[in-house]
Design a protein around this ligand. Structure first.
Ligand code: UD1
Ligand code: CA
Length: 452
């Protein structure tokens, strides 16, 4: 049977107190509704429809996925009305209803859930939380079968004592939705078209309501305010951390790693506290990452050590390299094996060859550095004339004395040497020496100025 997913995301999110539509508030750096879109996509539905309203254009711009369609709900008249807005976009056999503000639902849970739907069965996800207040309650008959849902605001005192609640997630045939949604009424305490009234209609139509629970209660936790957002962020991060540890990664404190993207981490990697892995990050065997590092869209080769307070962004680091402490590798940096980039060094769009060292206080931009090059402390590539950027080349075995300025475009030849403090504006030949600085002049027995 073909599957469609409807994601309700039209709500205002008043309690977020935000200009940003609620469903765009991020979990792990991505809009929460994007997490729902991805969980849905794992089921490979033929069609996914997002019902949007508040902040519509922004939601459409910031959410992406395959076979996504959009249905506008201009006025929020209730969850039943919201699903009805998606109906014209639906032609599949089975429809699964999810929520843009319930971001941590897992594909495994959804797969089992959807599998129970057929012409005679509607699937309903329920939960028995510690505190059921605020939620719709699941009313069962004496045989224990689900017969209807009563919303908190419509419930009698007796009904309010029911512990089992409606998570909101349900799945049924499109045909049943087609038949029942137009028959919803809004004569209830909130004057809304309740999706939950479908349950009693299903029972009237002779369908069975198959109630099931998620594997983890947090899968169906919703976000209404920033406290709940923060709580779910921690849940999400803990799940990532646990997964990494199971896969053979040592985390010195699993509560102090944040993964905001996709991290592929090999065995025996050790990650110290307060590390953020962002975007696509690949870390090879035996890598050690020191405390307080940000690693974004980067690859770290096996055996590499990243010392404390380093930022690695858009860089490819080879095997057995040493980075930091306090290094900043910017996009386009490529370190070959055994290269070293030390403290207070910034690199950008530069290849640094095997075994080369840039150990202290340097800026290396738009450069091609060969093998076994030694770049002395305080070396600056002057790559920018205020308008254009130019290349610097340091060939194999070059030695750049400390505090040198290499004014690009310029090439330092193979095994060439630059004297400390030089401002190099012309190419240096292979094996040559360039000294480009004021000559030292000594004055014997020079009297220091004294107070008059
Ligand atoms: C709903 C359920 C309730 C359940 C609870 C779980 C109904 C009538 N009640 O209640 O049984 O226990 O969720 O959290 O369904 N939305 C729209 N358009 C609308 C109304 C809502 O898109 O017109 C979206 C909201 O953005 C939100 C979701 O649907 O993501 C749920 O709406 P909300 O108003 O929070 O429903 P609850 O009153 O919490
Ligand atoms: Ca809600």
């Amino acid at each position: 049977m073909s599957l469609a997913v409807v994601i309700l995301a039209a709500g205002k999110g008043t309690r977020m107190k935000s200009e940003l539509p609620k469903v765009l508030h991020p979990i792990a750096g991505r809009p929460m509704v994007q997490h729902v879109v991805e969980a849905a996509a794992a089921l490979e539905p033929a069609n996914t429809v997002i019902v949007y309203g508040h902040g519509g254009e922004r939601v459409r711009e910031q959410v992406s996925g395959e076979r996504l369609r959009w249905a506008e709900q201009a006025e929020q008249l209730g969850t039943g009305h919201a699903v009805a807005q998606a109906l014209p976009e639906l032609e599949e056999d089975v429809v699964l209803v999810l929520y843009g503000d319930v971001p941590l639902i897992r594909p495994d849970t959804l797969r089992d859930f959807v599998a129970t739907v057929n012409d005679h069965t509607l699937a309903l996800m329920t939960l028995t939380p510690d505190d059921p207040s605020g939620y719709g309650r699941i009313v069962r008959n004496e045989q224990g079968a689900v017969v209807r849902i009563v919303e908190q605001k419509d419930a009698s005192d007796e009904e309010l004592r029911i512990a089992e609640i409606n998570t909101g997630i349900l799945a049924c045939t499109r045909r049943f939705l087609n038949d029942s949604l137009p028959r919803l009424s809004n004569s209830n305490a909130q004057g809304e078209y309740y999706l939950t009234d479908l349950i009693a209609m299903a029972v009237d139509a002779g369908l069975t309501v198959a109630a099931s629970q998620p594997a983890f209660a947090w899968e169906v936790d919703g976000v209404n305010d920033r406290l709940q957002l923060a709580r779910l962020e921690r849940v999400y991060q803990r799940v990532q951390a646990d997964t990494l540890m199971r896969e053979g990664v040592t985390l010195l404190d699993p509560a102090r790693l944040d993964v905001r993207g996709r991290a592929t981490v090999a065995n025996d990697v050790v990650i110290d506290v307060n590390v953020i892995l962002e975007g696509d990050v690949t870390i090879g065997t035996g890598v050690r990452v020191g405390p307080n590092c940000l690693i974004r869209n980067a690859t770290l080769g096996a055996g590499t050590v990243v010392e404390a307070h380093s930022v690695i962004d858009g860089a490819v680091v080879g095997e057995h390299c040493q980075v930091g402490p306090f290094a900043r590798l910017r996009p386009g940096t490529e370190l070959a094996a055994r290269a070293k980039v030390g403290n207070f060094v910034e690199t950008k769009k530069s290849q640094i060859g095997e075994g080369s060292k840039v150990n202290h206080l340097s800026y290396i931009g738009d450069s091609r550095v060969g093998r076994n090059v030694n770049v002395g402390a305080g070396t600056i590539t002057c790559n920018y004339d205020g308008v254009n950027k130019f290349q610097t080349t340091m060939k194999d075995g070059a030695f750049i004395g400390s505090n040198s300025a290499l004014v690009a475009p310029v090439t330092i030849g193979e095994n060439a040497t630059v004297g400390a403090g030089s401002v190099v504006t012309k190419d240096v030949p292979d094996n040559g020496l360039a000294v480009a600085r004021g000559q030292q002049r000594n004055v014997d027995n020079w009297p220091r100025p004294s107070k008059k």
